[in-house]
Each structure stands twice: as C-alpha cells, then as structure tokens.
Design a binder for this molecule. Sequence first.
Ligand code: GDP
Length: 302
Amino acid sequence: ARASWMARLKQGLSKTRGNLAGLFSGAKIDEALYEELETALLMSDAGVETTQYLLESLRQKVRRERIEDAEGVRKALRALLADLLRPLERPIDIDAAQPLVMMIAGVNGAGKTTSIGKLARHLQREGKSVLLAAGDTFRAAAREQLVEWGSRNGVQVISQQGGDAAAVAFDAVNAGRARGMGVVMIDTAGRLPTQLHLMDELKKIHRVIGKAMPGAPHEVMIVLDGNTGQNMLAQVRAFDDAIGATGLVVTKLDGTAKGGTLAALAYTRRDRPIPVCFIGVGEGIDDLQGFSADEFASALLD
Ligand code: GDP
C-alpha cells in the first residue's frame, strides 16, 4: 500500500517535479545548474528566502562532501529538503483525550468538507467513533452535504438550521461527551481568502468549545489548498493568530505545480513549525495520508 501511495504522490507532484528532477541529467556541476535550480525552486513557489537558503546549503554541502556530479547534487538536495521538512511531521495523537475534539478551519474551496469526510473515515478505521458538527451554518448546502455524507458512512452529525455556529459546536461537544464518542470533529464556515480578517466568529467558536470541555479543542486543523502558493503562508498566519493552529491539512497535492510551498512553510516558520498532519492527493475518500518528509522529498527529486 505504501508503494502505491508513493507512486501516486510522485505522479501527483509531477508538475512540481517536472521543473526540478529534469535538471540533473547533465553530468556537470556548474553555475548554470545552480541557476536552473533556482528558477525551478522559485517556480515551485518555494519563495525567494527559502530558495536562497536551500541553494546556499546545497553549495556548502557539495563543497564539504566533494560531490562531483549532477546526480550527487540531486541526492544532496533531496536530503536537504527532507531535513528542512522533517519538523513538519507529526501524526495526531487520537488517544490524547476522550472525546478528542478537533476544530477544522480554512478558506472556501480549500477542501475542508472533503478532508473532514476523509478524516472521519481514517479515524473510524483506527477504531474511533466519530461525531461531526456541521458548523458551517451559513451555507445550507454545506450542512446538507455533511449530513448526507454522515448518514451514508455511519457518522453522526449535529446540525442546526440557521443556528449559531458556536451553539452547534457547544452542543456537539456535549453530545460527544454524553455519548462516549472517540472524536468530535467541528466544521466551520469557510472564509474567502480576502476575508481572513473575519476571524471573530472562529475565536468565539474556539472559546465556546473550551467552555463545553476544558482543554478542548485538542486539535485545531487548518485546511490549505496545495495550489495556493505563497499566499498559503498568510493564511496559516491569519488562522494561527486567531485560534492557534495545532496542525495543517494540505490538500490537492495531486496535480499542483506549487509543491515547493511546503518548504517555505517549514523554513519561514522554523522557529515555531506547525506540522502538516495530513496531505490530500485526490478527491476520493481514501486519498488522505500522513505527511512524511522523506516521501515528499523523494516524490519531488527521485
Ligand atoms: P471546502 O469549500 O473547503 O469545503 O472545499 P470542498 O471540500 O468542497 O472541496 C473543493 C473542491 O476541491 C472539491 O471539488 C473537492 O473534490 C476538491 N478536493 C478536495 N481535496 C482534494 C484533493 O486532495 N485533491 C483533489 N484533486 N481535489 C480535492
């Protein structure tokens, strides 16, 4: 299963990969190779700062380890990238509390609803009963989608027409405790990327969850579209400032040319990394996996 997953990740990242992996076919290490690498990293939306860091580290490594051919440079870059990404690895601890309360946020279209479905399935597989709170009280369609999805998959859904999102979250946490659920997952309304300042409602939901269960939410997951590019950094900052992110879900890594943004996420937040707990590589219910730095670096550069 792991091998086929790797093949899919590699295939999914082929647009990002295409710019990078092709550069090492020549035998020589020269200034042109570094320049092409710089362009490829910038095109993958790694950003200027992270690109410079990677290239400078690469030059040092090549000198120090007396690497003499392009193939050696490729391996060196893969190792540097994996080291850079490693602090982003963290599987969630699903036994940290009972119920484990997860709050899910993200901009519209990031893949929030899809990821919640995938996550619920994943948690059920791990033996957890799951209760969902349809906290997107703005869009009736979003609520109906979740309710319908829940009934198909044996997942209970708390929803309330036109209700207050914080009230739905409060009810869900209480119901989760009363029913002895393993996990309570709370969806929230998406914000437009331009409305990131509309965070007061999210703060209120977060606060109310803590009132229903001290210490909750135990996980605050921000769902990010892997095609977003550098703007992803601003999204992470905005959500983290408002509700303190414990982890990220990066979706749509199948078919993005901007896979380099994860390196930027690791480098620009190296003092306080927010881990990538899951990545999405397709629209199907099983297209969700934990994040591995080695696998990601390998998918880009092997
Ligand atoms: P929301 O507005 O954040 O709830 O986003 P949705 O969950 O409705 O997803 C928006 C679109 O992105 C839908 O068409 C999903 O099928 C699609 N989507 C979500 N995750 C992935 C993924 O990992 N890969 C691909 N290819 N599509 C995805």
